[in-house]
Unconditional design. Structure first.
Length: 294
């Protein structure tokens, strides 16, 4: 009788997965930095050969309304617009020269014209600035994507954490008129707000709790039929995992069938996007499997 293979021993990323599991289902700035330290040397090995980067292109007049374009080889490529997280009050499209350039290079090398966009931050950029800026970046992509080899008729908008909230608001809330979008990817974001809220959320949504329902993307989910991929990480803390399941339930009620939901085993709140281009391709494969439909 042949013994079953020892999959753990054969996994070149078993040590990485063990480190993420040891951190556990928690998230704060320290965990962000710990996870970054795990993936930075791995992502540094990703070759950017064949990828051209056009950085800090303006899609609006505010200094934060800038985006980076990652172009690989090809023409008429689908356009992927990525909106990073940062807790509504922080974050940057390329804050340390590694992340989220790793994502831009990764998807460019896989045939997507990839745009990584900044947006205005709270408190100066209070609601609905985030969703407005997603709309601005998409408008830029529609107007300019073709000259970089993209196909403006195939735009997918992808957000993670707070960026996922902004993308969901853009897709669902009818005030933003998200037309001509092929699909959306919503990764580990909050989608429903009720007071009292943490200070960073108050900075974005305001102190008036009576407005929170109208400012919650989940409230407006029935206004959209854009195909969605929802994802949750195994080690997302409960407060960041529950919203994905709540949104999945709402979409199921809306459509009468389940949406595409991906469970990112062995990952925490940020290792999902930080792993892209690291060689650990489990998250990348799942995202590309969905993207390939469009």
């Amino acid at each position: 009788m042949t013994a079953a293979p020892n999959r753990k021993a054969a996994d070149p990323f078993a040590e990485v997965t063990a480190k993420i599991a040891a951190i556990g289902p928690k998230f704060d700035d320290n965990i962000l930095n710990l996870t970054r330290a795990i993936y930075t040397p791995l992502v540094a090995k990703q070759s950017a050969a064949g990828v051209t980067v056009s950085a800090d292109l303006a899609y609006g007049s505010d200094p934060r309304q800038k985006l980076d374009v990652y172009r690989g080889q090809g023409q008429k490529m689908p356009i992927l617009v990525y909106v990073p997280g940062g807790g509504f009050i922080g974050g940057d499209k390329n804050f340390d020269g590694v992340f989220y350039g790793n994502l831009g290079v990764y998807f460019a090398k896989h045939g997507y014209l990839t745009i990584v966009a900044n947006y205005r931050l709270a408190p100066a950029g209070a609601w609905p600035a985030g969703a407005q800026d997603v709309a601005g970046a998409v408008t830029w992509a529609k107007a300019n994507g073709a000259q970089y080899g993209g196909d403006p008729s195939r735009i997918i908008v992808y957000g993670q954490s707070a960026g996922s909230t902004h993308v969901a608001s853009f897709l669902f809330d009818p005030q933003f008129k998200a037309e001509g979008i092929a699909a959306g990817i919503l990764m580990s974001g909050p989608y429903k707000f009720a007071g009292p809220l943490r200070p960073n959320l108050v900075a974005y949504l305001g102190a008036d709790e009576s407005t929170y329902a109208a400012r919650s993307p989940l409230t407006h989910v029935n206004s959209s039929r854009v195909p969605l991929m929802l994802s949750v990480a195994e080690f997302d803390p409960a407060i960041l995992a529950e919203p994905t399941f709540e949104l999945a339930a709402a979409v199921t009620r809306r459509d009468g069938k389940a949406p595409h939901v991906a469970f990112m085993a062995g990952h925490n709140h940020v290792s999902t996007v930080q792993s892209l281009g690291s060689g650990q391709d489990d998250v990348g494969e799942k995202v590309r499997e969905f993207l390939d439909r469009f």
